[in-house]
Design a protein around this ligand. Structure first.
Ligand code: NAD
Length: 310
């Protein structure tokens, strides 16, 4: 019997957001400039840089890749911060592979941080604060990979648009296998802030992110739970994986009939036969992430305009 489940490609999902971005550039009437900093010899980072360059140029942006020595990176970021012709900045990590990378990320100015990794943006996200100003004219920037996953779930119809904005994941159970600071933990917070019950699975255990019964809390709370992957997977409407290992496969037998499965790891964390259980399966997400990066860049420009007209 042919499985009911369908594979949905990131390129298909990205199309909606790409045309939105193209429209944005057209309305702006000029080519926004994105500068990428490459300070490592990692071939994956180089490939990602090439992809961002290609995509941004094809959508009407100007992209400049600056290859710098890692010891000159901080000064180079500061130069770009101060250069009015640069609208957005991104850095391809890892550079030092330790906490210095976190420091360097914070050197990128708030106004140019297309990846949405500035402390202010991250803190707003965890606290479910969606605007930068009291007048609610300037939207806070969301970190682009977690944002891409939210947009993917919207596209797949997991978000219920009949519910109010901010509550559209109400009643949904989500399992996320990855709790990194870059993707897994912010994603758990975002989905829980939108109303989902999220089980965040890590090597050390499982945490539950939720706004409580009837979504009575304004923002999510987190608790450690004494449950197994099997316990949480059997009720999961959505399973998101991000395990950076080629040997890891999410066990198909734990996937509930009709669940939505999304993998953001560069390794395939599901076997394709997951479609025997899943309704929708998204094997990779990188193209949507790039679309979000450019969407964030346009939002930074909007914010700058709103800020100036104050
Ligand atoms: P990371 O190494 O910082 O985090 C990995 C997380 O997975 C950790 O929380 C770890 O505890 C958990 N984990 C590892 N093995 C596990 C297991 N067997 N069971 C449960 N949890 C386990 O990595 P990261 O920065 O989050 O990146 C993860 C992957 O996502 C990488 O492959 C990376 O290339 C990819 N990535 C993709 C995008 C995109 O846009 N698609 C963006 C960023 C990262």
């Amino acid at each position: 019997v042919k499985p009911v489940g369908r594979t949905i490609l990131a390129s298909t999902i990205a199309k909606t957001y790409i045309s939105e971005v193209e429209d944005g550039v057209r309305k702006l009437g000029r080519s926004p400039k994105l500068v990428g900093f490459l300070a490592n010899a990692d071939p994956a980072a180089k490939m990602y840089a090439e992809w961002t360059g290609k995509t941004s140029e094809s959508l009407g942006f100007t992209y400049e890749l600056r290859v710098v020595d890692k010891d000159d990176l901080e000064e180079s970021i500061i130069d770009a911060n101060e250069d009015d012709s640069v609208d957005g900045i991104m850095v391809y990590f890892p550079v030092f592979g330790n906490r210095q990378d976190q420091y360097l990320q914070q050197v990128v100015s708030l106004e140019k941080d297309v990846e949405g990794l500035n402390h202010k943006y991250i803190q707003n996200m965890y606290h479910n604060i969606r605007f930068l100003d009291e007048e609610e004219q300037q939207k806070s920037i969301l970190p682009c990979t977690p944002l891409a996953l939210v947009k993917i779930l919207e596209y797949l119809g997991v978000y219920n648009t009949l519910l109010d904005y901010g509550n559209r994941m109400y009643g949904k159970q989500v399992v996320i296998v990855n709790r990194s600071e870059i993707v897994g933990r912010p994603l758990a917070a975002l989905l829980a802030n939108d109303g989902a019950t999220v089980y965040s699975v890590d090597l050390d255990g499982i945490q539950r992110f939720t706004r409580g019964a009837g979504l009575h809390l304004k923002r999510h709370k987190v608790e450690d739970v004494d449950l197994t992957l099997e316990d949480v997977a059997k009720n999961a409407d959505v399973i998101v994986t991000g395990v950076p290992s080629p040997n890891y496969k999410f066990p198909k037998e734990l996937v509930k009939d009709g669940a939505v499965c999304v993998n953001f790891s560069s390794e395939k964390n599901f076997n394709p036969d997951v479609k025997e259980k899943a309704s929708l399966y998204v094997p990779m997400t990188g193209k949507v992430t790039i679309a979000m990066l450019l969407r964030n860049l346009l939002r930074l420009i909007d914010n700058k305009v709103a800020n100036k007209s104050k």
